[in-house]
Write a protein that binds this ligand. Sequence first.
Ligand code: COA
Length: 263
Amino acid sequence: MAERRYETIGLTTADGVATVTLNRPDVLNAMNDAMRRELTRCFTDLAGDDAIRVIVVTGAGERAFSAGADIREFVEPLVPVRFREERRRIDFRQVMDRCPQPIIAAIRGFALGGGLELALACDIRIAGEDAYLGLTEVNLAIIPGGGGTQRLPRLVGRGKALEMILTGARVPAAEALRIGLVERVVPPAEVLGAATELARTLADRAPVALRYAKEAVVKGLELPLADGLRLEGDLSTLLRTTEDRLEGARAFLEKRRPRWKGQ
Ligand code: COA
């Protein structure tokens, strides 16, 4: 992939892992229009790049993953043209939904509002002991608009999601772990390392199997059980046609590491 230059985010790639860094640390990585546009472009590119097996998303600095929408943009009245533009714009979190690669959020400090909505659009969340997560929009007389009202209840259940969204509370890391909002909590300095290590482990798996496993779970969750089972059946049958399946079995029998071809 031709690496683009971005102003508000960073993108590095190594060993099949792309790391996207929200990079406005002076405002706790708050998201302005430029960042939203760049995230849309970045995830669109990554989704189509077979060399990228896993994506890690993190925030620059030690204080925040992201403190959500840039509130300074709220004080400018929205003119009709901008309203119409906003309606046309595809939320970058929907672009993330279309990424076939697993996406891991590495969360230090605050993940609030749109920042938590970004983390909710990831597949696995690793948080630092210093993390605070919340959908705090109600404190500003608005509601989550980046998927929070839909993705949070699907993750933690209706009651817990409503409690968080209606109070706008910030949930500390230990509580987030207990309610299933994050998968793992580690010391703050180890967050990115733990996410990268997990990403490398996943990037080592047979590429097509990795993608189909994600598709079966994520798409299947949106389907009635019988249709989900059918999807799983179709994907696992397709995987039986790959060269990597033969390679996996041979490597096991020959007691060596497999060499995946991604086909
Ligand atoms: N938009 C714009 N700027 C933001 C921001 C946001 N969402 N969140 C933080 N900042 C800025 C602050 O204005 C401050 O800038 P300054 O140094 O120029 O004054 C800087 O980031 C540091 O934040 P500060 O508030 O001083 O840190 P804190 O430790 O006292 O508080 C938070 C941290 C995250 C609790 C607090 O910044 C906050 O509540 N932010 C808003 C979060 C929010 O409601 N997000 C949802 C928006 S819909």
